[in-house]
Design a protein around this ligand. Structure first.
Ligand code: FEO
Ligand code: CA
Ligand code: CA
Length: 751
């Protein structure tokens, strides 16, 4: 969820705890170099970039013979003969329905509460349902499709059967309670009843659910042996450098090797060996800490860490789960130092250090351990996306930290890629090989259109001698990656959300959803001045409400240096700036978006391998007076195909702040189109396709957000009644759900 610009909504998401004094680019603009000399090659047309994409996914890559693509979606598809983006753009919409282009159909297949075993009762959707450990969780988010063979293993050419694996990020709540899943709206004061807490804990986590198409109609399989829920009582291993470290010792795991649950899972990824990756995002809000806890901890360095990750002393938890009872499963949400041990083995003072990772799961085998890959760092993770694997080279994984003014990261594996590891085998062991050892880097974007990856190593003098926090070892650097990023002067970004790799160019695209704390003249440590990579500060009106900072967000893209995955330098530009189409083209609508293209707050983003289309999904609160959230289809070019744009901001003292940025080649009506608009109150998220690209699965998260909990018994006062108004399921309470989009003529999605 993500409604930072809508003050009426509770915002658990858009926290800013980065008070570091990293240099802003406004102070180094005079050192700007000639960008032209640093970017190789001329402008590529969207068509040529697309041909590259098709060449790779469709034909094995004529110039990339050592590139091994993930087995699903497979190589071997014929490139689409149809015109890409041949559909008619969808108009902006405030209707309580999913709108798709003419010739397409969107169908609901898996919604909050749907039973996942033969014996689980049908979902009544009146707040009396229980047993959510065997039902779909809430707030469907990032998602991947794994095609299934007849023996329930990975398949490369199956297009009518697979498992959808998805994140259940959160719940729609007000004053502690997830009110739509409780009969009377639930308890909105402390203590929370155990039965309500149990239900809410089970609603968070992951789903594995089998889906099938029969005669072209998709549905989920209620009694599939593949179905699985991961929730807050599921054992998960800590893997990599942090495993066994003093920072993760708890009463539950005195050896610091495991934790229960994965929490607030947002973006996803898939490994080249066909496992699922899930990013733990806004987990810190679920923990409480006593007002006296700084003193109890002796004001040691753990206090610095807790504050940097959003838990000041006295912080209240989002749901009050710690008040559910004396049992350990409730008490663990109180991370105050209560015990007398020196190492934390008699309380949960270190529990929060077990959240905030990229989690790897083998969706084909529920007997195998789920592992938190700590080498990839601890922050508010979104997606985790691999650069193109090259045999004999280390793998690179790209990631963003979604809070205001946080950073972009890259993990580079110690092990070099062996193409044989893409073949079916021990996938968890393969994960151990590539994801438990490597180097973590943070991004610094320079004013001249270049950038650096700075290694977050205990051996880096800036980290070893950092005055703000005394790192003990490399595990400490990983657990406190934000503090390490502060130490090396990483660039504060406008909330990094998802990333994805262009299948043709290999360039990495990152959504920067918005930043209400970007200011020409920052006031206080939580605000940051505009810089080349986050250049816009403007006012966007929502009715009579002035929205400040960068309310509409942008999509930045990175081209690695010649060394590829191990490159220490890169070049970058901005693929698209979100804006209203009517906004000032010289200051705000820098990408020249038209009414068929305009959007705000990009969040989900993924290239689908079958077509190479770049899908952009929004989680917006800034433009929702005009349109519900949406999904667009784009055919981007490449870094450097556009132009430099100079912005100038007047300061109070009469001087001007000059900020140059680099905007990609403007999209045309043929290279960017709105494809879908969702129901009222929802965000659009999750992108997964069948190998043939003829079924596209996406998630509709939190329809009906904005409904007052007091109105839970009065459907006429819900802001949305989706998906019951689309004919799906009992009751009228709105439900997060997965939809499948198909083309009526049987063609690929996006053509
Ligand atoms: Fe869960 Fe940053 O979106
Ligand atoms: Ca507006
Ligand atoms: Ca997101």
């Amino acid at each position: 969820m993500n409604k930072p610009t809508d003050l009426a909504r509770i915002d658990h998401h858009d926290i800013d705890t980065n008070v570091s004094s990293n240099e802003q680019f406004s102070t180094v603009l005079e050192a700007r170099l000639s960008r032209r000399s640093l970017l190789r090659g001329g402008a590529a047309t969207a068509a040529s970039a697309l041909l590259g994409a098709i060449g790779l996914s469709g034909c094995g890559g004529s110039d990339n013979d050592d590139v091994v693509t993930s087995p699903n979606p497979p190589t071997g598809n014929p490139p689409p003969a149809e015109k890409l983006l041949g559909f008619t753009a969808v108009s902006k919409s405030l209707a309580d329905t999913v709108v798709v282009p003419a010739g397409y159909t969107a169908s609901v297949i898996y919604a909050l509460g749907d039973p996942l075993t033969a014996n689980t009762p049908a979902f009544k959707n009146d707040g009396t349902d229980t047993d959510f450990e065997n039902r779909a969780g809430d707030h469907h988010d990032g998602m991947e499709f794994f095609a299934l063979s007849a023996s329930n293993g990975p398949a490369t050419t199956v297009n009518d059967r697979g498992v959808l694996v998805m994140n259940h990020e959160a719940t729609t709540d007000e004053k502690l309670s997830s009110f739509f899943v409780h009969a009377n709206g639930g308890t909105m004061s402390l203590p929370r009843p155990a039965a309500e807490v149990d239900k809410e804990m089970a609603l968070h986590g992951l789903s594995v659910v089998e889906v099938r198409a029969a005669s072209g109609k998709w549905s989920y399989v209620k009694d599939s042996a593949m179905n699985r829920r991961v929730h807050q009582q599921t054992d998960i291993e800590l893997s990599g450098p942090v495993r066994g470290n003093a920072l993760v010792v708890t009463k539950y795991s005195t050896g610091g090797t495991k934790i229960r649950g994965t929490l607030n899972n947002c973006g996803t990824g898939r490994t080249p060996w066909n496992t699922y990756l899930s990013g733990e995002e806004n987990w810190s809000g679920y923990f409480t800490r006593a007002a006296t806890d700084d003193t109890a901890r002796g004001n040691d360095k753990s206090v610095t860490s807790l504050k940097r990750y959003g838990r000041d002393a006295g912080a209240a938890s989002r749901h009050g789960w710690e008040t559910g009872g004396t049992e350990d499963k409730y008490q663990r949400w109180n991370i105050s130092k209560k015990g007398t041990s020196l190492d934390g083995s008699d309380d949960y003072r270190n529990e929060m250090n077990g959240m905030g990772y990229i989690v790897e799961m083998d969706a084909f085998d529920k007997t195998r351990a789920i592992k938190k890959r700590t080498a990839l760092g601890r922050f508010a993770h979104e997606s985790a996306v691999f650069g193109k694997p090259v045999a004999g080279q280390p793998l690179a994984v790209y990631m963003g930290d979604d809070s205001r003014n946080e950073y972009i990261y890259k993990f580079v594996s110690t092990a070099v890629w062996a193409a044989a590891d893409a073949a079916p085998g021990d996938r968890v062991a393969t994960g151990d090989k590539y994801l438990d050892s490597g180097k973590l880097y943070v991004a610094k974007f320079n004013a001249d259109g270049t950038g650096q990856w700075i290694e977050l190593s205990i051996a880096n003098p800036l980290i070893a001698a950092y005055a703000g926090y005394k790192f003990a070892d490399q595990a400490d650097v990983l657990v406190n990656a934000r503090l390490a990023g502060d130490a090396v002067g990483a660039t504060k970004m406008d909330r990094p959300e998802w990333c994805s790799v262009h299948p043709g160019t290999g360039e990495i695209y990152f959504t920067l959803t918005n930043n209400s704390n970007r200011r020409v003249e920052p006031s206080g440590s939580s605000q940051a001045a505009p810089d080349a990579a986050n250049p816009r500060v403007y006012t966007d009106m929502k009715g009579t409400t002035a929205q400040a900072g960068n309310p509409n967000g942008h999509v930045i893209r990175v081209k690695e240096g010649a060394a590829g995955s191990t490159a220490a330098t890169f070049s970058w530009d901005v693929y698209l700036f979100g804006a209203e189409s009517g906004a000032d083209g010289a200051k705000v609508n820098l990408s020249g978006l038209t009414a068929d293209q305009d959007f705000s707050s990009p969040d989900g983003l993924a290239f689908t391998p079958s077509t190479g289309i770049c899908w952009i999904q929004t989680d917006d609160g800034a433009y929702t007076d005009v349109t519900n959230c949406m999904m667009l289809a784009g055919l981007p070019g490449q870094v450097g195909d556009g132009k430099k744009v100079s912005l100038s901001y007047p300061r109070a003292n009469g001087s001007n702040l000059a900020v140059d940025t680099y905007v990609g080649k403007a999209a045309t009506a043929d290279t960017l189109k709105r494809f879908l608009v969702g129901p009222v109150g929802s965000e659009i998220t999750g992108i997964a396709e069948t190998p043939d690209g003829k079924a596209l699965f996406i998630n509709i998260q939190h329809p009906g957000e904005g409904t007052a909990a007091a109105n839970v018994a009065d459907p006429t006062k819900y802001t949305s009644q989706w998906p019951s108004n689309a004919g799906y399921g009992a009751g009228k309470r709105p439900r997060s759900a997965t939809i499948v989009i198909t083309k009526n003529d049987g063609g690929r999605i996006g053509t």
